[in-house]
Design a protein around this ligand. Structure first.
Ligand code: PLP
Length: 229
């Protein structure tokens, strides 16, 4: 795997989309999604200057964090409520907070000696039964309660829209997310609320067109995942 070529190509796509859609240069961050990939792959990208990594599976991620506590780790997978403690103890960010109860548990379980945990609320923007997340309505009703939790900083929203292959179809759900992000931002009026995490290998450009500030890229950095391993 030529990690350098992959990282250069993804970085180039991000910069090109920023220019094309009149986003300021450097306004879109890259999260490298290393789920199912070995620590060697993480080390290779870290060597090239990548600092933020995303993980979906708890046990696998704890092993990697133990080896590279110097990196910034984002939990992006589904969260069972009995698994919140290790997540609160070991991650810097949790992007997949999908209900109020999870936020409450993470706040309670965040060790007091660590900085507040950065969280994003996951929104089920395409209203799919198979995906978790707040509905837009639940989000608007409950977001203020989340901001009152002491050991968390609400940094923004995350979404995994329904997969579409056509650019214009991809843009529709992403535009709805941006709208919702702006609504919540106006409601909260806090400078901490600065992150809209959307865009993956297949819809990075559309996400940047619609205001994403963080794209989460796995396949195009690390190659296809082999879940059979
Ligand atoms: C796996 C995953 C990604 C990365 O997807 P790719 O299509 O491989 O770039 C991004 N976000 C989440 C939440 C994921 O689970």
């Amino acid at each position: 795997m030529n990690y350098q070529a992959n990282l250069e190509q993804v970085t180039h796509r991000i910069r090109a989309a920023e220019q094309r859609f009149k986003r300021s240069e450097g306004s879109v961050k890259l999260l490298a999604v290393s789920k199912t990939k070995p620590i060697e792959a993480v080390n290779a990208l870290a060597e090239l200057g990548q600092t933020a990594f995303g993980e979906n599976y708890l046990q696998e991620s704890l092993d990697k964090i133990a080896q590279r506590p110097d990196l910034e780790w984002h939990f992006i997978g589904p969260i069972q409520s009995n698994k919140t403690k290790p997540i609160a103890e070991h991650f810097n960010w949790v992007q997949s907070v999908d209900r109020l109860k999870i936020a409450q548990r993470l706040s309670r379980q965040r060790p007091p000696e660590l900085p507040a945990l950065n969280i994003l609320l996951q929104v089920n923007i395409s209203q799919e039964d198979t995906k978790s997340g707040f509905s837009p309505q639940e989000l608007l009703e409950q977001v203020e309660q989340v901001t009152q939790l002491p050991n968390l900083v609400l940094r923004g929203l995350m979404a995994i829209p329904k997969a579409e292959t056509e650019f214009d179809q991809q843009r529709a759900a992403l535009a709805e997310m941006f709208d919702l992000f702006q609504q919540v931002k106006l409601k909260l009026r806090t400078p901490d609320f600065d992150t809209l995490s959307m865009g993956m290998s297949g819809d990075l450009e559309a996400a940047i067109a619609e205001g994403s500030t963080m794209v989460r890229i796995g396949t195009d950095l690390f190659g296809a995942r082999n879940y059979a391993l």
